[in-house]
Design a protein around this ligand. Structure first.
Ligand code: PLP
Length: 399
């Protein structure tokens, strides 16, 4: 097999030469002519039954060639037989829950994880009962009706790492889903460690330019079939224009992640030495749970850094206000650097007690490092840190 960076450039483009084009065509058809009814019926049955392709796409909710190409590309990058793309990461997670619901209603979930994933699971919206556990409790909490184990590593926002191999061993027969959004296939391939489902919010690094909302599940084709059936029934589709943009970003994925990671390593060290910063969370500094796994199950410490300000919420709000080159915004994985406040934004839907139990404090900021020059990033960030008004220090000291 070719190497990762080669696959990232070429995957999902096999048929382009036959089509006589160099860039993937965007197919916006919602319906496809059926002149041979029997053949059309066979295609319909195949697609509704979860097959990846059929002779005739029939209707765009069942199949779209532009979407199928980026699915092929991501399956090749994760080393899985298949990939199913959805309109967002949350639609992707929902589809997995709905598909697993046929095998049982109990799901074990290791916290912390993305705020809306936590909320979706805790709410019981998909008819499943989520039980939140520590990674070490998976084996003892497994039940006969446990249908899925969910872990996120690196976890959002504290960058704790979960040992995927150990989680898979503890889960036994129960399939494990790994949300690998923060790692990207550049730094981690959970399927090679035994995970049955690899989920990405493709909105983040895979899209990479802040202009696509998408989600994917990479898995074996037999597990992909029920997901396609759920997608066809519920309509959580990825639009072909978004699929095109997602595919467009993949050739530079490794370059982007490697550069952003270099920047993140430098910023993490500089933040750790800064007097306004109480604690830096970064696998490369050894300051997160299971940090050493970034050498073994990952191929690097990643592009996200979280840090806690010595003077709490007011100081965090001041940094959000003062940054100029950095964008104060949720989301992550874009070419530009973003900074956000988990307690006030992404993890709002998680109860305060659960927030605090998982290190989501009022002074915590999360940095998604981009590919700019690191000295320009540090100039902006350190200026914002120094601009924290003196009153904030006094208030925090008095509190
Ligand atoms: C953003 C994100 C999601 C949700 O993805 P959307 O594309 O926003 O629906 C899920 N998991 C993680 C780790 C994320 O960062």
């Amino acid at each position: 097999m070719t190497r990762f960076s080669t696959r990232a450039v070429h995957a999902g483009r096999d048929e382009l030469r036959r089509l006589g084009v160099h860039a993937p065509p965007i197919d916006l058809s919602t319906t496809y002519p059926v002149t041979d009814l029997d053949a059309g019926t066979a295609s319909f049955d195949a697609l509704v039954g979860g097959q990846a392709r059929a002779d005739n796409p029939i209707y765009a909710r069942l199949h779209n060639p532009t979407v199928a190409r980026v699915e092929d590309a991501l399956a090749a990058l994760e080393g899985t037989g298949a990939c199913v793309a959805f309109g967002s990461g949350m639609a992707a997670l929902t589809a997995v829950l709905m598909a697993r619901r046929a095998h049982g209603a109990h799901v074990l979930v290791v916290r912390p994880l993305y705020g809306t994933s936590d909320h979706l699971l805790a709410s019981g919206l998909c008819g499943i009962e989520a039980e939140f556990v520590e990674a070490g409790e998976i084996a003892s909490r497994r039940r006969a009706d446990t249908t899925l184990v969910i872990v996120e590593t690196p976890a959002n926002p504290t960058l704790d790492l979960v040992d995927i191999r150990a989680a898979v061993a503890a889960a036994g027969e129960v399939p494990v889903l790994v949300d690998s959004t923060f790692a990207t296939p550049v730094l981690q391939n959970p399927a090679a460690l035994g995970a049955r489902y690899v989920l990405h919010s493709a909105t983040k690094f895979l899209g990479g330019h802040g202009d696509v909302i998408a989600g994917v599940v990479c898995c074996a084709d037999e597990d992909a079939r029920p997901l396609r059936t759920v997608r066809a029934a519920t309509g959580g589709l990825l639009h072909p224009l978004a699929a095109y943009l997602l595919h467009r970003g993949l050739p530079t994925l490794a370059l982007r992640v490697e550069r952003a990671q270099k920047n993140a390593e430098v910023l993490a060290e500089r933040l750790q030495a800064h007097p306004s910063v109480a604690k830096v969370f970064y696998p490369g500094l050894g300051t997160v749970r299971n940090a050493a796994l970034h050498w073994t199950q990952m191929r690097g410490p990643g592009c996200l850094v979280a840090f806690e300000l010595a003077h709490g919420h007011a100081a965090a709000a001041s940094v959000m206000r003062e940054v100029k080159l950095l964008t104060p915004a949720v989301s992550l994985g874009s070419v530009d650097t973003l900074i956000q406040h988990p307690a006030g934004l992404t993890h709002r839907v998680v109860g305060e007690a659960d927030q605090l139990a998982h290190g989501i404090t009022p002074g915590l900021l999360r940095l998604s490092v981009g590919i700019e020059h690191v000295d320009d990033l540090w100039a902006d960030l350190s200026r914002a840190l120094e601009a924290v008004p003196a009153g904030v220090h006094r208030d925090a000291a008095a509190a």
